[in-house]
Design a protein around this ligand. Structure first.
Ligand code: WT7
Length: 644
């Protein structure tokens, strides 16, 4: 595979798309020349109560201030619901496909509007008002989308915590933003098993005094204790509430949601997105990148607990009046053909998933895919981590029958939506490359000193100027926002990723250059896993690094130093794995643990992670300079006792 493997745009796609190469070029040119004019026009894609006259007002210097459409007034739920009632009230807004292949349901825009209004009124009846935070800890059920939009309707700020996170992780995310309400379910379902959401929530709430009310969806019907005065059944509240609810007028820069994400330090950051710019970006990117056409069935397999679910299951598709499919299950249940069975069942046109799922399914061979027709598919997408060319080509040839373009979409929780991606009808593809920036996006590569690099090169991926969907701050910690994203390369947004740019200007994302891991598309700070490990009574010190992993992209490799007097054993390894799963959640399960009598440190006491990464990757013949180590013999020991 070389940079020169090019798969040209299919002529029929280009002909049928609103965004062909000429249009894309024209948009990119206009967005660069006249950003205010361009984004003023694009703002028209969503519904405003007061049309903005001030468009862009952003500076990456000094205190960093990012504002878009700042005198505009709107409500995000109106763009997702009310706006569509006249034209497509009876069109299906959400297709829900259960974990069990025999359970599904459909909700029209009109029904969704009513359900959202009821829950919005219910929240108001509990005293929730504009600006209050509401935490959602839900499975992939329609109520998750309803709860998000209900919060938006009354101006409450939702904070979704992925249902796979532990009680501790849930508690710290509730505490950080002082939520007054938690919305959860009795249990979730995944791969034929149940997830004890309410039990976890009860555990978490022991340390969350801010939460006065808990709303519980009866989902599986599992027996769960309800606390008198605090816990309310969702259906009881909904049934008592009216089906219309006046949307709260929100300034474009009023918060829409907080979503916690991992960085290089221990504590997850509350990424804050506001209303106007985020909605414009979600709608704009969903339409361009997927070449979305009215009437199409669109399926993003993410969970609403991640930003992909926010922007590309709920806000983007609904703002565009699409039919969005919400899937409760997993790719391999009841069997590894599940994705394609669902594609055929619901005649899915656009399918968006993660490389880790593609790699896992690729390993099962072509037969489970070929068994299904997949004729409805038109565009395929990938997100969350670099996709290796081999997996890309399998996705292209086997899943898409060489008919469907693949959009490899690079973005982050912080960016609100896609920044670098091909447009199906406009950009020639290269397997493994996210290709080119979207109109209005200005990526660049810089060296370690922040010097801009030109032409074909490799470096740190930065963005030079603001785009509407950008995060505005870290919740309650603007200093950390500046520190994390704008201090490494002053005046530029630093993504934390490295990338290569080829002679055609195509970007090839190489992965994180900071202490953040990407495990099966899930982002995790090594510091979080380390602090979970050292919280164990027998652990003195821990260092966590990523290691190459065939399916997960990266695996979690832990070096653990025990307290003196503690004996290493396989039983203790198992105990530590279970411990980390319980502290953070199953997504943080260590893949390898190595006992480290001591860790390689510089004379000033800093752990040399570069060396630990090399040992974990079994690249011990290229350790680099070890002369600055306080005790170089430590490395020999670690090499000879490598785990796995
Ligand atoms: C990190 C962001 C984007 C929504 C899901 C993850 C990696 C994401 C790609 C891609 C290579 C990618 C980056 C990024 N990443 N998409 N197409 N190619 N890497 O959001 O949890 O905020 O993680 O995911 O490393 O920084 P997130």
């Amino acid at each position: 595979m070389t940079d020169n493997t090019v798969i040209p745009v299919k002529p029929d796609l280009a002909a049928g798309s609103r965004f062909d190469a000429a249009r894309r070029a024209e948009m990119a040119e206009r967005a660069a020349r006249d950003p205010d004019g361009f984004w003023r026009e694009e703002a028209g894609r969503i519904a405003w109560m007061t049309t903005p006259t001030r468009i862009k007002n952003a500076s990456f210097e000094g205190d960093v201030s990012i504002k878009w459409f700042e005198d505009g007034v709107l409500n995000a739920s109106v763009s997702c619901l009310d706006k569509h009632l006249a034209e497509r009230g009876d069109q299906v807004a959400i297709i829900w496909e259960g974990d069990d292949p025999n359970s599904d349901s459909k909700v029209t825009y009109r029904e969704l509007h009513q359900r959202v209004c009821r829950m919005a009124n219910a929240l108001r009846s509990l005293g929730v008002k504009k600006g209050d935070r509401v935490t959602l800890y839900l499975p992939m059920i329609v109520e998750a989308a309803v709860a998000m939009l209900a919060c938006a309707r009354i101006g409450a700020v939702h904070s979704i915590v992925f249902g796979g996170f532990s009680p501790d992780s849930l508690a710290s995310r509730i505490q950080d933003c002082d939520s007054t309400v938690l919305i959860t379910a009795d249990q979730g379902r995944r791969g034929g098993r149940t997830v004890p959401l309410k039990t976890n929530a009860d555990e978490a709430l022991k340390s969350c005094p801010s939460v006065k009310n808990v709303i519980v969806v009866r989902n599986t019907g599992g027996d769960v204790p309800m606390q008198e005065g605090r816990d309310h059944w969702w259906h009881t509240l909904s049934e008592a509430a009216a089906t219309d609810c006046a949307p709260e007028p929100m300034n474009a820069e009023d918060p829409l949601f907080i979503l916690y994400t991992s960085g290089s330090t221990g504590k997850p950051k509350g990424v804050l997105h506001t209303t106007g710019g985020y909605m414009v970006w979600a709608s704009f990117t969903h339409e361009l990148v997927f070449d979305y056409r009215p009437g199409e069935i669109y399926w993003c397999t993410a969970d609403v607990g991640w930003v992909t679910g926010h922007s590309y299951i709920v806000y983007g598709p609904l703002a565009n009046g699409a039919t969005t499919l919400m899937f409760e299950g997993v790719p391999n249940y009841p069997d590894v053909g599940r994705f394609w069975q669902v594609v055929d069942k619901h005649k899915v046109n656009i399918f968006y998933t993660a490389p880790t799922a593609i790699r896992a399914l690729m390993r099962e061979g072509d037969a489970p895919v070929r068994k299904w027709s997949r004729q409805s598919l038109r565009v395929l997408g990938s997100v969350g981590e670099p996709i290796n060319p081999e997996a890309w080509l399998w996705y292209y040839r086997v899943v898409g029958d060489e008919r469907c373009p693949i959009v490899d979409t690079w973005w982050q929780t912080e960016t609100g939506g896609i920044l670098i991606s091909p447009l199906p009808g406009a950009v020639d593809l290269k397997p493994g490359s996210a290709t080119l920036p979207l109109p209005g996006v200005q990526p660049a590569l810089v060296d370690g000193d922040g010097k801009l690099l030109e032409g074909a090169t490799e470096g740190n991926l930065v963005i030079l100027d603001s785009w509407p969907g950008q995060m505005r701050t870290v919740y309650k910690d603007h200093e950390r926002f500046i520190q994390t994203y704008f201090s490494t390369f002053p005046g530029k947004y630093f993504s934390g990723d490295g990338a290569r740019r080829d002679a055609d200007g195509y970007y090839w994302i190489t992965g994180r250059v900071d202490d953040v891991l990407n495990v099966s598309g899930h982002r995790m700070g090594t510091a979080e896993i380390e602090s979970a490990l050292v919280a164990h009574p027998k652990v003195a010190e821990a260092a966590v690094v990523g290691m190459p992993h065939e399916l997960k992209g990266q695996g979690i490799y832990c070096y653990v130093t025990l307290k003196s007097g503690e004996e290493p054993s396989d039983a203790l390894k198992k105990e530590l794995v279970a411990w980390v799963r319980r502290e953070i959640g199953p997504i943080a399960s260590p893949d390898a643990i190595q006992w480290a009598p001591s860790l390689p440190k510089t004379r000033s006491g800093k752990i040399m992670r570069r060396i630990l990464r090399k040992i974990a990757a079994n690249e011990t013949d290229s350790l680099g300079d070890t002369s600055t180590l306080a005790d170089p013999t430590v490395v020999e020991d670690l090499i000879s006792n490598r785990a796995g």
